[in-house]
Ligand binder design. Structure first.
Ligand SMILES: Nc1ncnc2c1ncn2[C@@H]1O[C@H](COP(=O)(O)OP(=O)(O)O)[C@@H](O)[C@H]1O
Ligand SMILES: [Mg+2]
Length: 249
């Protein structure tokens, strides 16, 4: 694992977003460095998902700037947006598999949509097998989602994200709804992905145990701004009541 602090893969500056009178983001700033696992923590409803949706173009911010790998995401054309998206893996909150497709077909699906990136590939099986091996689930290749446990589904969803070899992975609440043992499996996987592929990851979570294990650096989102940032150690030993509130269990 090596973090390159000279190279920002994501740069968010002064981001504002409101819905009617609900001012969700009020000047949010964030940098993600190459090779880094950055954890964003914030209360439920604080705007974490809105921020990540602005980042991938699913929501349009009211103002501010977003750069992903040096490209301005706000006034970007369809074509270029689609191209950047192949470099960004997004593990949605809950991230569902297609129930009517086998595990193999679920993994082939993104490959077919982004064939350009894999020009010349005629046999997708090795890629599918590699992605499944990465999450320890090669043996499920011909199973249907209904035959998998909740944790296995989440791991297959992660394999489906990995198969496009993203440079950046966005995880929205990756451990929410999982039991502690399965959560730990997912967290270990996220760490091994960082080590194997040197991906840069943004991890949105309110799971303190997840943050402790995975975060190279953390940002606390409070009142729509990056209220505090630092290592888990630094933040969890803070005396600021607003910061302490995050680490109470
Ligand atoms: N499309 C939308 N229209 C209106 N309000 C929204 C929309 N998306 C999110 N919100 C509101 O924005 C706030 C932040 O939501 P969200 O980012 O989902 O929170 P969280 O931090 O839990 O992920 C909430 O008050 C939510 O109701
Ligand atoms: Mg959310």
């Amino acid at each position: 694992m090596s973090i390159n602090h000279q190279h920002k893969v994501i740069h968010i500056e002064n981001l504002y977003k409101k819905f009617g009178d609900n001012h969700v983001l009020n000047g949010f700033n964030m940098d993600l460095y190459e090779g880094e696992n950055l954890v964003i923590m914030g209360k439920s409803g604080s705007g974490k998902s809105v921020m990540i949706k602005c980042l991938v173009g699913l929501e349009t911010p009211d103002s501010g700037s977003i750069e992903v790998m040096g490209r301005n995401m706000i006034h970007i054309g369809r074509e270029e947006l689609n191209q950047i998206r192949t470099d960004i893996g997004f593990l949605f909150q809950g991230s569902a598999l297609y129930d009517s497709m086998s595990v193999r077909e679920n993994l082939e699906f993104p490959l077919r949509r982004h064939l350009k990136k894999f020009e010349g590939i005629t046999d997708t099986t090795p890629l599918v097998e590699e992605a499944l091996t990465n999450v320890g689930l090669l043996h499920t290749i011909d199973l249907m989602p209904e035959e998998l446990s909740g944790g296995m589904k989440r791991r297959v969803a992660l394999a489906r994200t990995l198969i496009l070899r993203p440079k950046i992975i966005l995880y929205d609440e990756p451990t929410t709804g999982l039991d502690p043992i399965t959560s730990k499996e997912i967290i270990d996987l996220m760490k091994s992905i960082q080590n194997t592929y040197n991906t840069s990851s943004l991890i949105i979570t309110h799971d303190v145990d997840c943050a402790r294990v995975i975060a190279n650096r953390m940002i606390l989102l409070v009142d729509g701004i990056n209220y505090a940032q630092g290592s888990f150690q630094e933040l969890s030993s803070s005396n600021d009541p607003k910061i302490k509130a995050f680490f109470k269990t």
